[in-house]
Write a protein that binds this ligand. Sequence first.
Ligand code: SAH
Length: 283
Amino acid sequence: MSTDGKSPLPPMDWPDFQPGWVWLTGAGPGDPGLLTLHGLNALRQADVIVYDALVDERLLGWARTGALIEYAGKRGGKPSPKQRDISLRLVELARSGKRVLRLKGGDPFVFGRGGEEALSLVEAGVPFRIIPGVTAGVGGLAYAGIPVTHRDVNQSVTFLTGHDQNGLAPDRIDWDAIGRGSPVIVMYMAMKHLDQIAAKLIASGRNAAEPVAIVCNASLPDQQVLETTLSRAAADVAASGLTPPALVVVGGVVPLRQALDWRDGLADASVLDAIGRRTRDAG
Ligand code: SAH
């Protein structure tokens, strides 16, 4: 394996990146340390890296010296390249005998069109591997001190996208069913239509005062978190000037961050009383 003399991976039988293959890889939500070891193994061997807008560029510095680096995201307000063009490019690079690393933010199969790209590879007969990543809706929220499940709060969690492929509020989502059936809702790409989404959830019977957190640039040094409620969320976001990428999380796990926000220093244990979370047998 050509790993370029950079610091070795821990001993294991790491897969060899064969020429002509595409490795569809999740980069994690931002903090480069959230890349998996398989992801690092891929970076160390790839001949070409095709990366997306939300991939932290510090990761690219871990690539093999001489690797070609191609950007496939939206830049400077210009429209992003068509999905079809990206898929064709991956096929073209693989057919030219390159080891092609397709690096995508978070997990490639979570609102990341990784499935579409993989299907194009299947259609073209290009062999590929999927390297999962830490998705923003789980790992990013952990960086804000929000667990997506907590035993006495929720036994299910729903992940959804706040807009469809045309940028419109998603109309195939059954908001009534989600409002009634999902105690915790984690939304990707939901900033633009937050007013409509919150109104639909309230119309489904959710409490207007239900806690909501908006987590921008999760896991990055400029992470920002806004705590609000369903009825105030859209106005508070507008007033705050917060911009995407952001996650919106609705539900009873949000207040836990008052105790679990590990990044800003240890909370005083008295906060547990405030949020009603002191364990019965603890002092
Ligand atoms: N495949 C990615 C999601 C891509 S969709 C994943 O698994 O995480 C892009 C959306 O993901 C953004 O609009 C935002 O809602 C969310 N997202 C990705 N990275 C984020 C980050 N660092 N902070 C907050 N939200 C993020």
